[in-house]
Every structure is written in structure tokens, then in C-alpha cells.
Design a protein around this ligand. Structure first.
Ligand SMILES: Nc1ncnc2c1ncn2[C@@H]1O[C@H](COP(=O)(O)OP(=O)(O)OP(=O)(O)O)[C@@H](O)[C@H]1O
Ligand SMILES: [Mg+2]
Length: 269
């Protein structure tokens, strides 16, 4: 489904240095969401962020996206300091957030419109419709698509900008297990064909193990990167393979060491 013609090796390295983020909460209280976060993601690497609910995963992703600014520290893409959003950093959230009044073709084109390159690159839209297997749905509206199809359209809308970094915040969280596993293979195929650097937030440890080169485990709030698990397993990975299960046990152990994903929520989360 993925064409190899879209070019490989587009990814850029990501760097977070001593990143802190404090939010103003109610009645003058402050919430320290992130504390001295350090993270390096190599060009073309696929890294997952896992950790307890409220530990700052989405906050970190939004800082990398440039949708918000850190209170302390710096974030870099390649040699560029992140100071705001850029088409070079695509984001896909759990909710595909397509424009309901636009067809799937127009939704995917909207990435090009935002960059002012629609006229010169409109011909690429068909390529991206094929890339995500939606060529038969170009003229459909989002409400006519299943959740998995809508999420693929959202991926195409992000990918058409040739982002050097793709930020995924639980992009498959709303999907049933069957669709989710197929979409994981789609994401892997796109990643392998494009060489895009990917940072994925997920609650699903099997998803993290199936997809990632490395998994960054965060502490409960205030979030820090506590441990990094290297997933040195060849692809395609077998979810019930002995070494996969060994990595799974190790990841569970790391999560429990840092407070665990099943911990009760801290007040204010
Ligand atoms: N805009 C905001 N204003 C105030 N507090 C915020 C804001 N965004 C996030 N927070 C707080 O920062 C902390 C981290 O939130 P964040 O959404 O990053 O967590 P998360 O790890 O993505 O959680 P989940 O796994 O539930 O999605 C939480 O305590 C949250 O209440
Ligand atoms: Mg989140």
C-alpha cells in the first residue's frame, strides 16, 4: 500500500535539554508537568513515550510540536531551536480532527493549503490517498469513514507535508484491537518507506514494543524520562515470540519501578 517513491531518509534528530513546563492552575496554584526532561531521538528513529496518566506525555509532545513553549530548557530539531509550530513537525492526535465539511481529498489537501503549495503539489494528493489505502474514498466526507479510515486520512494529511518529525499522541487509542494492529503495520510501513523520525505516545505497552526502536519510560508527574528500554528485536516482530515477551516483562518492571501505569491518579491530574 505504501509507495517507496516518496523518498526515504527525511527524518531529523530531536533533542530536549533540561525541559521544564509549569502550568498555572486554579487559585494561584501551579502544576509542574515536566521537570528537567532530557531526550534524544536520532534521525529516522521511532521512539515511544510511556508513563502514568498525567505524567506530561502530551505536554512534551506539544512542546516538540511548538504548540506550547517550555518554562525551562530548550528543544531542538536538527540544529534548529523549536520556537513555534512548523509543517516540518506533523502531529496526529487520538481524535483524527478532520474538517467535517471537507471531503477526504480536501482534508488531505488542507496540509498543502496551509503551506501555500497546493497549486504546485496538488498532484501528490492521489499518491497519499493510495499510501493510506483511501483512493476509493477521495470524495467521501469524514462521517462516511470508519475510525481507522479517518485516522489514516489524518496520517496522510500530516505526511503530505513531508514532516521531518511525526508526533503521534495515542493516534490509535480510539480504535478496536483488530484495526489497531493493522494500523500499527501501516505506521511501520510508512516509517520504513519515509525514514521519518517518529515520537509516539501510547498507553499500550505491546504497541510500544511492536513499533519502537526505544521506549522512554516517564515518571509520574512531574514527568521526567526515567529509563530507556532498547527494543533490539528484528522486524517484523512477533508479539508472542520469547524475546518479545522478555522485553515486555522488562518494560512492565520499569513501569512499576517508576510508579506504574496502573497507579491511582495523583490529585489534580
Ligand atoms: N493547559 C494546561 N493547563 C494547566 N494544566 C495542564 C495543561 N495541560 C496539561 N496540564 C497538566 O499537566 C499535567 C500533564 O498533563 P498531560 O496531558 O501532558 O499528561 P499525559 O501524560 O498526556 O496524560 P494522559 O496519559 O492521561 O494523556 C497534568 O497534571 C495536567 O493536568
Ligand atoms: Mg496525553
Amino acid at each position: 500500500m505504501v509507495s517507496d517513491a516518496v523518498g526515504a531518509g527525511e527524518g531529523a534528530a530531536l533533542r530536549a535539554r533540561a525541559v521544564g513546563k509549569t502550568f498555572a492552575a486554579t487559585e494561584g496554584a501551579r502544576v509542574v508537568a515536566l521537570d528537567r526532561v532530557a531526550l534524544d531521538v536520532g534521525a529516522g528513529e521511532l521512539v515511544s513515550l510511556v508513563g502514568p496518566s498525567g505524567c506530561g506525555k502530551s505536554t512534551l509532545l506539544r512542546l516538540v510540536a511548538g504548540l506550547d513553549l517550555p518554562t525551562e530548557g530548550e528543544l531542538w530539531v536538527g540544529s534548529e531551536l523549536i520556537t513555534g509550530p512548523s509543517a516540518e513537525r506533523g502531529v496526529v492526535f487520538q481524535d483524527p480532527s478532520l474538517f467535517p465539511w471537507l471531503t477526504i481529498r480536501r482534508n488531505i489537501e488542507s496540509g498543502l493549503v496551509a503551506r501555500g503549495v497546493l497549486r504546485s503539489q496538488r498532484h501528490e494528493v492521489d499518491e497519499y490517498l493510495r499510501l493510506v489505502g483511501l483512493e476509493g474514498f477521495a470524495n467521501s466526507y469524514p462521517h462516511q469513514l470508519s475510525g481507522g479510515m479517518a485516522q489514516r486520512a489524518a496520517l496522510a494529511r500530516a505526511l503530505i507535508n513531508h514532516p521531518r518529525v511525526l508526533l503521534l499522541d495515542e493516534p490509535l487509542g480510539a480504535l478496536d484491537q483488530f484495526t489497531r494492529m493493522r494500523m500499527q503495520d501501516e505506521i511501520l510501513r510508512m516509517w520504513q518507506a519515509r525514514g521519518t523520525t517518529m515520537l509516539l505516545v501510547t498507553h499500550d505497552i505491546d504497541e510500544a514494543l511492536y513499533l519502537s526502536d526505544r521506549i522512554a519510560v516517564m515518571t509520574p508527574r512531574p514527568g521526567r524520562i526515567d529509563r530507556i528500554l532498547d527494543v533490539d528485536l528484528p522486524r517484523p516482530r512477533q508479539r508472542n515470540d520469547r524475546r518479545f515477551l522478555e522485553h515486555r516483562a522488562r518494560l512492565l518492571e520499569l513501569l512499576h519501578l517508576t510508579g506504574g501505569i496502573e497507579e491511582p491518579l495523583a490529585p489534580g491530574v
